[in-house]
Design a protein around this ligand. Structure first.
Ligand code: NAD
Length: 471
């Protein structure tokens, strides 16, 4: 409870820990190059990481062994890991804050989600044990470097697979810390190895080695397409891939919506976590007659946002993840300078992008997902609603969609017509709840069962056929 001052003070202090280096966790001795890990809010070095080479990846695949234990035993270990995660909240919040630029509120939500994944998949796997596929590669993004990372691993492990996890380049420390806790809980080292390293080295090794029997990936649409091509060229035909990818998420606010509520949800959906959520709002459609007023209200709410180090409890919007992301987003805003409706000022230190609102005529104007605090706004007439939904569907992404309206029948009509994985009505459009609100996209936004949803473990990770890998 972050509104309780005593709790807040306790966890605020607990996260002030030394940040450990990120070392590979493999059966054989790893080799690679040491590299600095940097704090996105300050640019300062916080730790070092060993980026492994292709030989280490090949050895890890050779060393991998499926987890020879009953489903009940595996579930007990994952539950123990969940308890260990909770016990170690201090270092976890500290690493998430320093390495991933997470605010305390975001770090708390992320730990909660990771723990929920462990317990949910433990229960799912126990209920329908199935048989392991063999070696599963788990390739994850930096924006949920604990929750998504843990969810992928927990689902694959629960079915007895041997997992090789590859964290994203900017966030190896939290990954190594989490794997340490999973090993401590009792997951055998040969069943769970960690390979920090470059996507084109380790990711390519996992998607091109015929000994790998399945891949779970979360990241950008472009990387998923590269992985699918590499898999098709090298792996057995039909080797499964779960890909959770990007989106061009829209929200529609009609003239019956409650403006104060809509504005709060728009600003949170577009700018919270500096827009670095796959679910974040990218393209807002406001009904013409209320648009001028609503846009003024959004500007006012943007002006209230405090940019700064997420370590500071008063910060609303932190930095973007690295200088490459900062440059890409800044270049995009500069190229669209004639569309700017409102833009804040950025702090001088750290990799910040000021929250920015751009005017567009519709979703077709958005070339690609911009993974930062940039909101595009279009207007529509009441008689254009059907066309607008058709345009959003035609754009090809299908992750999240938001609707603010007080017309009950419209909720059903629009929900039936829109092709997305997750629909949010009269609320913000970020967030999912493991077990009750499964998350996943359609079209260019992803393929496979929804994370945290029914039968996720048996549908992908535990088919009927037995494994080809020695136990
Ligand atoms: P990214 O695609 O750049 O990287 C994701 C992972 O893929 C990293 O571990 C990276 O090292 C690895 N990789 C890179 N090249 C590779 C290759 N050739 N072969 C194999 N692996 C390779 O994505 P990111 O910048 O880490 O994350 C942000 C993206 O993730 C956004 O597009 C966001 O929308 C998406 N995302 C989607 C979801 C979802 O659930 N749908 C959740 C979070 C993030």
């Amino acid at each position: 409870d972050l509104t309780d001052e005593e709790t807040l003070a306790r966890i605020y202090t607990a996260r002030d820990v030394a940040i450990p280096d990120a070392m590979p966790l493999t059966v054989s001795e790893p080799t690679g190059k040491m590299q600095d890990v940097l704090n996105p809010a300050t640019g300062e070095k916080i730790a070092r990481v060993m980026m492994v080479d292709a030989d280490t990846a090949a050895r890890a695949i050779a060393d991998a062994r499926i987890w020879d234990a009953s489903a009940a035993e595996r579930a007990a270990v994952l539950r123990r890991a969940a308890d260990l995660y909770e016990d170690h909240y201090g270092p976890i919040f500290g690493i998430l804050g320093r390495e991933a630029g997470k605010s305390l509120a975001d770090a708390v939500a992320e730990l909660r989600e990771a723990v929920d994944f462990l317990r949910y998949y433990a229960a799912e796997g126990e209920a329908s044990p199935g048989a392991p596929r063999g070696i599963v590669g788990a390739i994850s993004p930096w924006n949920f470097p604990l929750a998504i990372f843990t969810g992928q691993i927990a689902a694959a492990l629960m079915a007895g697979n041997a997992v090789i996890a590859k964290p994203a380049e900017p966030t190896p420390v939290i990954a190594a810390y989490a794997i340490g806790l999973l090993h401590q809980a009792g997951v055998p080292k040969a069943a769970l190895q960690l390979l920090p390293g470059a996507g084109r080295v380790v990711g390519t090794a996992l998607s091109s080695d015929p000994r790998v029997s399945g891949l779970v990936f979360t990241g950008s649409t472009g990387t998923a397409q590269t992985i699918a091509r590499t898999m098709a060229a090298n792996l057995a035909p039909g080797t499964p891939l779960i890909a959770e990818t990007g989106g061009l998420n829209a929200m529609v606010v009609d003239s019956t919506a409650l403006p104060e509520q809509a504005v709060r949800d728009i600003v949170n959906s577009a700018f919270r976590s500096a827009g670095q959520r796959c679910s974040a709002l990218r393209c807002l459609y406001v009904q013409e007659d209320v648009a001028p007023h609503l846009v003024e209200m959004i500007k006012g709410a943007m002006d209230e946002l405090r940019l700064g180090d997420p370590w500071d409890l008063t910060t609303d919007v932190g930095p973007v993840i690295d200088p490459g992301a900062q440059k890409e987003i800044a270049d995009y805003i500069a190229a669209n300078a004639n569309r700017v409706l409102h833009k804040l000022a950025a702090p001088s230190r750290g990799w910040f992008i000021p929250p920015t609102m751009l005017k567009v005529s519709g979703i077709a104007d958005l070339e690609r997902e911009i993974f930062g605090p940039v909101l595009h706004v279009a207007t529509f007439r009441g008689d254009q609603l059907d066309q607008m939904i058709a345009d959003i569907n035609a754009r090809g992404f299908g992750l999240t969609f938001g609707l603010h309206t007080r017309i009950d029948s419209r909720v059903q009509e629009v929900s039936d017509a829109i092709h997305v994985g997750n629909i949010y009505v009269n609320r913000n459009q970020i967030g999912a709840v493991v077990g009750s609100q499964p998350f996943g996209g359609e079209g260019l936004s992803g393929t496979g069962p929804k994370a945290g949803g029914p039968r996720y473990v048996p549908r992908f990770f535990a088919p009927a056929a037995p494994s080809a890998v020695p136990g």
